[in-house]
Design a protein around this ligand. Structure first.
Ligand code: PGA
Length: 242
């Protein structure tokens, strides 16, 4: 795991966008695994700027998102489908047919999970972007999830619902379930880029970098992957001793 320490969120976003832009220039039909949450918003803003400056194009890029809430229609302002369009896709030349976000509304959720899993297994993601939950989750793989888990329907941890309540009018509106890539799908990517910023991630960053590999802390599995870049800012790295 290569750890890059930067000063603040602005630098973190710029550095992450350089990593992705380099890949897109080398391989104009790269497959990107994308993430939602507050952390990657700055990265996406930088990618939009690079597109506007004609440095990169999304014309042939394909994307697979990590997860999606159940119980929310795609048009809901907090669905991850809407999030990705608002924060990236609507501003670049990405083709709608190249965008893959799990479908999560239907009578047979397990079937939808299997369909997304089959899609993932038919490709090789070149680079997977990840945030990290305060409890160490990656995607919505909450503590205790098996490292062998593939795409599934997850019941969200209370901590995750509380963390995400800021986007909704009240915690009661936060969905209880989501469809998420499993840890096995995430680990299948050729390269992984994990971003962590701010004081809220100090414990998680310490556990990730200095803690043991354990299913109790899902992100720790990344130590078993040979090609991971972790970018943290000063605030997020405050508890590191090494
Ligand atoms: P955040 O979420 O970027 O909004 O902090 C990260 C995550 O929960 O994976």
């Amino acid at each position: 795991m290569k750890v890059i320490k930067v000063k603040n969120y602005e630098e973190l976003s710029a550095t992450a966008s350089e990593v992705i832009a380099e890949l897109m220039k080398e391989k104009n039909d790269a497959i990107l695994g994308l993430a939602t949450g507050s952390t990657p918003i700055g990265l996406y803003k930088n990618l939009i700027k690079k597109y506007e400056n004609k440095e990169i194009s999304f014309q042939n890029i394909r994307s697979y998102n990590l997860d999606e809430y159940c119980e929310l229609p795609r048009e809901h302002k907090e669905s991850y489908y809407t999030f990705m369009h608002r924060n990236l896709f609507d501003h670049v030349d990405m083709k709608e047919e190249n965008i893959n976000i799990p479908s999560s509304v239907g009578s047979d959720l397990n079937k939808l999970a299997k369909e997304y899993n089959d899609k993932l297994n038919s490709v090789k993601v070149d680079l997977q972007v990840l945030g990290i939950g305060g409890n160490g989750h990656i995607g919505f793989n909450e503590p205790g999830t098996s490292f062998d888990q593939e795409t599934f329907i997850v019941e969200l941890a209370e901590k995750t619902r509380q963390d995400n309540a800021r986007f909704f009018n009240s915690i009661d509106e936060v969905p209880h379930h989501a469809i998420t890539m499993g840890i096995k799908n995430i680990m299948n990517a050729k390269q992984i880029l994990l971003l962590a910023s701010g004081a809220g991630k100090q414990e998680a960053v310490k556990n990730l970098i200095e803690g043991p590999i354990t299913e109790k802390f899902p992100a720790s599995v990344l130590k078993k992957h040979g090609n991971v870049i972790v970018i943290i800012d000063e605030e997020a790295g405050k508890l590191l001793t090494k």
